[in-house]
Design a protein around this ligand. Structure first.
Ligand code: FES
Length: 580
């Protein structure tokens, strides 16, 4: 932890806008004063942006204006000048074709909004899946002091006397209706029971995972991730973070000081321990790319491989985020990693202290929620990175969400050329498929289905479900919701639409999945594979114009984070050309 705080007082970048008597300084101050701001706010104190992803179309973040007020309290208390501003809010449950398609766009919004305005530091108010990585990516590219405050998870859902988890039970109930085990009326009734308070998904889905990643990276105050959205301590956390960012600006503690290789390795191991979402792989690779750090899929496999999953939360386990908070939350998990000798204890956090200092006093209050290592859900909780002739650049699988008996499996491929082909065939009893087959879905990667859809856990055919079978091996170049489960190979790279080998799999080919040995193999000869690839031509839709075209032309593969080629790296906070 070699960070040395900067001297204070000193001149901040906001004084370029506000700190003088020229026409332009007067122009900048005068227009701001139309909001009724007293003159002494412009006296050189830290100007703190509150970058808010509040939106009524992002229901998981719909309560963030309230939290923004608490952040403001904290900023004022610490002698800062808060300015709240909106950025593109990528709502997972509403945005089409995928929220993921807009993650990079939102990150550009954040980056340019920070660089182009008189802010010295920023509080990133996030919640729903893509809002957390997009704001972290944008802030990392500007490298002004930044702290994450998440909106917190929803309270537990309850239906017919049982916990129901966001997403996880949507998939479960949907399969139960198809299998004839639940009525459509019950399914409709469950709708409101799943989402009974403000907040993000209450499972260890992508939102909770990314909140945990922000904390494990050191970019949020300790304990932030698990506090329910409606718990009064969430508001206190927002206020404390507002106070803290002012000191961070004075110290000049920037994302590049926190987002080190050690921080990413801590986050990868934490992801294994919480049984986190496979989406974290993509987002952490992208965030690392923005600080110029060469994080790879191998780092995921190497760091996560022997980490037991000790957090007993859906979709891998039985509880929800509310219980995780009551049990002590993420600090308990990170402390366990430290005790096991696999934590970079010295990694710096936004608190200005080491990660170990932040977590060393954490206590576990419920050993059924945060399990002893001997009772871990799986001893190999990390993300398995698979390679082979079917995924030369890698594919991922989440062992904690998979079925043990399918982790080594050889089966006949049943191929769906794209998601429409899948929808057209899957309910047809004439489809030649049984539970030993391997379902293969193509053209759902970053280019193939704009933004890489979360369809990797494609539902099983009804005729298999009716036998009581709940899992089959599924392979695609798509993603999977963090709330989902199954023996699902995802992110197969290169994707089919970019001419990866997945594109030339045919019905009847035999596929061998071997997770312990990290391989994914298509049983055809090298010559046959080469001949098929030479004869292949893309069949996916290429957008004519607009953002979708920009996305298609510049997006990189899942193996490097699905960022745009031109967005990698840190561009800093200097304004290239000041028009005033
Ligand atoms: Fe927003 Fe799950 S849909 S967090």
């Amino acid at each position: 932890m070699g960070f040395q705080p900067a001297k204070w007082p000193r001149k901040l970048r906001s004084t370029e806008w506000f700190g003088g008597t020229s026409r332009d300084h007067i122009y900048h101050r005068s227009w701001m004063k139309n909001q009724g701001l007293p003159g002494d706010l412009f006296d050189g104190r830290p100007v703190i942006g509150i970058c808010n992803t509040w939106s009524e179309l992002t229901p998981c973040n719909a309560h963030l204006r309230d939290l923004a007020e608490r952040v403001k309290h904290g900023i004022y208390e610490a002698g800062g000048f808060p300015v709240e501003f909106p950025v593109f809010s990528t709502g997972e449950s509403t945005l089409r074709p995928t929220a993921m398609m807009f993650r990079n766009l939102a990150s550009m919004d954040v980056e340019e909004a920070l660089r182009g305005t008189p802010v010295d530091g920023v509080v990133l108010l996030v919640g729903c899946d893509k809002t957390t990585p997009s704001l972290l990516m944008g802030a990392a590219s500007v490298d002004l002091p930044a702290i994450v405050v998440t909106g917190g998870p929803m309270l537990n859902g309850w239906f017919q006397g049982e916990r129901v988890g966001s997403g996880t039970h949507l998939w479960k109930f949907s399969e139960a209706v198809k299998a004839g085990e639940m009525t459509q009326e019950e399914f409709l009734e469950a709708e409101a029971a799943m989402s009974r308070s403000p907040g993000s998904c209450n499972t260890m889905g992508t939102a909770s995972t990314m909140a945990s990643m922000a904390e494990a990276l050191g970019m949020a105050l300790s304990g932030n991730a698990a506090i329910p959205a409606v718990d009064s301590r969430r508001r206190a956390m927002a206020q404390l973070s507002g106070r803290r960012i002012v000191q961070m600006v004075k110290d000049d503690l920037k994302p590049s000081d926190v987002l080190t290789r050690e921080a990413f390795e801590n986050a990868i191991r934490t992801n294994g321990a919480i049984g986190g979402s496979t989406n974290a792989v993509i987002h952490l690779l992208a965030i690392a790319g923005r600080v110029g750090l060469d994080l790879t899929l191998e780092d995921w496999d190497r760091c996560g491989r022997d980490i037991p999953t000790i957090v007993n939360l859906m979709p891998s386990g039985k509880y929800l985020m509310e219980e995780f908070f009551y049990a002590g939350g993420l600090p308990v998990v990170i402390k366990r990693l430290g005790e096991a000798g696999v934590l970079h204890k010295d990694a710096l956090t936004v608190a200005g202290e080491s990660m170990w200092d932040q977590v060393k006093n954490a206590r576990n209050w419920n050993e059924d929620v945060i399990l002893p290592v001997e009772q871990a859900l799986t001893q190999q909780g990390g993300i398995a990175v698979l390679r082979g002739n079917l995924a030369p650049n890698g594919a991922v699988l989440k062992p904690s969400a998979a079925s043990e008996h399918l982790l080594q499996h050889r089966g006949r491929a049943v191929v769906f050329e794209d998601i429409d082909d899948y929808k057209a065939k899957i309910n047809d009893d004439a489809l030649d498929i049984d539970e030993t087959c391997v379902m293969v879905l193509k053209n759902c990667g970053p280019k193939g289905y704009p933004g890489m859809s979360e369809v990797g856990n494609m539902g099983l055919p009804p005729k298999v479900l009716k036998k009581g079978i709940t899992d089959m091996v599924r392979i695609s170049d798509s993603r999977m919701s963090g709330t989902a489960y199954g023996t699902v190979v995802l992110h197969t790279s290169p994707e089919a639409a970019a001419g990866g080998p997945l594109a030339v799999v045919r019905d009847g080919d035999m596929i061998v999945l071997d997770v312990p040995n990290r391989s994914l193999h298509l049983e055809i000869s090298d010559e046959e594979l080469k001949a098929r690839l030479e004869a292949w031509a893309p069949s996916h839709h290429v957008p004519d114009s607009g953002y979708a075209r920009l996305f298609h032309d510049h997006v990189q593969g899942a193996d490097t984070g699905v960022d745009f080629d031109f967005l990698k790296g840190c561009r800093g906070s200097a304004v290239p050309k000041d028009s005033h």
